[in-house]
Design a protein around this ligand. Sequence first.
Ligand SMILES: [Zn+2]
Ligand SMILES: [Zn+2]
Length: 343
Amino acid sequence: MNDNKLNLILKLSVIYLIVALILCVFAIFYTQSLKNDAEQKRLQNEIQVAQMQMPELKEPQATAAPQNGNGAEEAIALSGDKITGNSSAALTSPGGRKVIVLDAGHGKSSSAMSADEKRAEGYEYNESRGGWGEWRHYKNGTFGEECHGSGCTETAPSGGSCWYPMGNGDRSNEPQINLNNTLAAKKYLEQMGYEVRLTRTSNEQNPSMSKRVSYCFPNNDATQQPDAAMYVCLHSNAGGGRGTSYVALEGAYRQSYIASDYVAESNRAGDVINRKVAAASGLRQNSPIGNESYLILFNKSPVPIAYLEIGFFDDSSDLSILNSSYDAIGKAVAEGVDEYLNS
Ligand SMILES: [Zn+2]
Ligand SMILES: [Zn+2]
């Protein structure tokens, strides 16, 4: 072989190698992109399947909540949560988004609030009733017209009356627990596309129940139609016991705006959310709390209301769950709201 031939063969070999190399690189990139496409399709399929399965994850309605068998729990919730109150249903959605009012129970202690603060939060001073407080009802068939002791259902706890002294709502540890759960629920509801209105955003606030339910209306304007789909208030229990529950509505509510199925819908919402919270947190699922159907919020909410008592903050095991799992609890509340509104 002469030098020229050798040279030519070498050149051809180099060209051949370069072409082969380029083809290899192309082949590698091509298979990689095919893989990515396939992976993406697989993921999309999984997400679709998961979404399709979600509604089937609903707990069966018929399952009875375990009895907590502890009368003291009810008694406590009694002394503690007389505060709230009422509602009726409007599933409207301004701008296409459903509005959820989230109410973190309690707040700043009445003893730490000035008279101006109390007035601004919607409480009134009533000398003959013994100080600052709020009326438990509106006049029958009205919204916003305080009962002043008559012309209402007059439902009240035994020994109580139409007047609710605001000091009865003072709590030391519960406001922060409720706020933690509420803020987490807000985050997840917003991720789901809901508009969320909070009745308070810090422990330096303590709105009256009348002020809290005003968030069910556009710009807190109770002369307009309520635009909230539902009202969810989050509390935690105390006084001996464990587990999570909701307070059941019962009997007559006479504020305007509420629908004829106000009681049934509110209790259904409480049940759905409570089941979610129990499943997600490991808190024991208790049966609904009875004998508190006089709660102010039940008498004043214009839309269906779910009133949760999540865990017992004076039980060390429940408290450790509350302190470590509020994100999961908030997520469960959001999922419960979503399930209730879509079932
Ligand atoms: Zn009354
Ligand atoms: Zn409470």
